[in-house]
Design a binder for this molecule. Structure first.
Ligand SMILES: *[C@@H]1O[C@H](CO)[C@@H](O)[C@H](O)[C@H]1NC(C)=O
Ligand SMILES: *[C@@H]1O[C@H](CO)[C@@H](O)[C@H](O)[C@H]1NC(C)=O
Ligand SMILES: *[C@@H]1O[C@H](CO)[C@@H](O)[C@H](O)[C@H]1NC(C)=O
Ligand SMILES: *[C@@H]1O[C@H](CO)[C@@H](O)[C@H](O)[C@H]1NC(C)=O
Length: 237
């Protein structure tokens, strides 16, 4: 068990040493860059620190659309000379700056096409002279993804504003519809209420009239009775 742990620690330490031996390479923009068709795009590959002060760097820019399928765009030799592949020569540009701290390599692609979409990989190798021969000391790799869209920026903006306008228009129409509908419902309720009230008042009037006529009739009957009662004694007299 202890042996296991010890070997594990040793193994992880060698791993860490192995990693720290690698060059710190970064590509920007990262993780992806977005450009419309027809624009120029620039990608930067930075190497923050070399392993050895007397060493030189060689850089290779590689294009890949799928894993295992790579095309070399161009390379920068240890003397700083840029060589671009024949079929990229009229489309791309390579340059390098030596900064105070580290190095920076630029890849510019002109007049972007949809087929330029993919991964752009920067492979850096640090070489040093060893017994009058240049040998690799360390290396590092970084990549970013380029996305190319069919719309120009202005078109995209236009499309966006048109869509926004359409949405606003839709909302306005919807709001209007809701307003009209609620107004109609309100009017309907008002109409129903007035009709109901009218009917009720008419029924009340009718009831009052009926009672009145009933009362009148009973009054008339009573009067008749009274007169007949008054008449009877006269008749008998
Ligand atoms: C690598 O370099 C970048 C700057 O280029 C820095 O931000 C980052 O911390 C470095 N990473 C390591 C592991 O040194
Ligand atoms: C792209 O680069 C070319 C060459 O440097 C330049 O002539 C052109 O104006 C650039 N296009 C854009 C959209 O910046
Ligand atoms: C460039 O040439 C290589 C062969 O040298 C080929 O495999 C690759 O497909 C070509 N790329 C383009 C964009 O034509
Ligand atoms: C990069 O360096 C490692 C050791 O640091 C080595 O094993 C590997 O083969 C190197 N790769 C290239 C492409 O030089």
């Amino acid at each position: 068990m202890t042996l296991c742990i010890l070997t594990f620690i040793l193994f992880s330490q060698t791993l860490i040493v192995g990693f720290s031996n690698a060059l710190n390479v970064t590509v920007t923009p990262y993780p992806w860059a977005w450009h419309p068709v027809g624009e120029n795009a620039s990608l930067w590959c930075s190497v923050s620190q070399k392993r050895r002060p007397d060493s030189l760097l060689t850089v290779r820019w590689v294009f890949s659309t799928e894993p295992g399928h790579e095309q070399v765009i161009g390379r920068i030799t240890k003397s700083g000379a840029a060589h671009i592949a024949a079929n990229w020569s009229h489309r791309g540009d390579l340059s390098s700056d030596n900064l105070d701290r580290g190095h920076r390599y630029r890849l510019t692609l002109h007049d972007l096409r949809l087929t330029d979409q993919g991964h752009y990989i920067c492979r850096v190798q640090e070489v040093a002279r060893h017994k009058s021969r240049w040998t690799a000391v360390s290396n590092g790799t970084a990549a970013t993804q380029l996305r190319v869209s069919t719309f120009m920026i202005s078109e995209e903006k236009k499309l966006f504003s048109w869509k926004l306008f359409q949405d606003l228009y839709l909302y306005a129409v919807l709001l209007c519809c809701v307003g009209i509908l609620s107004l109609l419902i309100f009017l309907l309720i008002l109409l129903c209420q007035t009709i109901f009230q009218k009917r009720r008042s008419r029924a009340l009037v009718m009831r009052v009239q009926v009672r009145l006529t009933c009362y009148q009739i009973s009054l008339a009957k009573r009067k008749e009775k009274e007169t007949s009662r008054q008449r009877l004694p006269q008749l008998f007299l």
